[in-house]
Every structure is written in structure tokens, then in C-alpha cells.
Design a protein. Sequence first.
Length: 128
Amino acid sequence: MMLGSSNPVGTGTALNVIGEHIFGNNQASLDNAAITMFDHTNGAYYAIIEIAAGRNMKSSAEVSTTIKINGEEGYEAKFDNGITSTLTMPFGSPFKVLIPPFARFQLIFEANDAQDTIGCTITGRIYA
């Protein structure tokens, strides 16, 4: 279930481009399901973005994170709640991705076994 974008200039899964900046902010509550948190296609520019994501580990859910560029998986990480319920980031720290011109970027989260809330922020720059 999508809780909605807190993006100040647009809603949905597309990233926003203003001047030389590209960004997005989204959150979802998942219960044994997958969601495409961001689905964006670049124009005649490339973008270098930084992804920061975290989750409220209030369950035993295992969460996987997948980055796709033009439908091809480029990165996948799985993480679970371990011993204590804490907020963790699937990348350990913010993770950088280069999106080529005219490429489709997708960021997919999947929670297995139980409900979990996941938040994600993307910031970056574009270059013509």
C-alpha cells in the first residue's frame, strides 16, 4: 500500500528534475508484497543520484531492494531485522547510482513474511 509521496513538486513514483537537481521522496507500508518506489525515465541527460532508505523494523519481515536500469537488475540487497527492532538502511549508507540518458530507472522494495514500513529519499544532479 502506497502511503504517498512527500515530494514537494509532484506525486507518484517519478523523480523530479528542477534545474540541475533530481530528487524524490516516498514511503510505503508493505505486507508480504513488492512495490516500485520509484520509476523514472531520464531525458537527454545523465543523472548521478544518491539513495538513502530505511525501515521501521517492527516485524520479522525480510526486505529486499532491487535497482533496475532498462529492466536489467543492477543491484539487489536483502536485509532482515536481526535481534532488535531498529531503523536500518539496506545499503549500510547512502548508495550512488548513475542513470544514463534516456534510461529507465526503477527502485523496487519487497517485504516478505510480515508488514513493514519503508521510506526512501533520492537526491542528485543531472548533467547534459
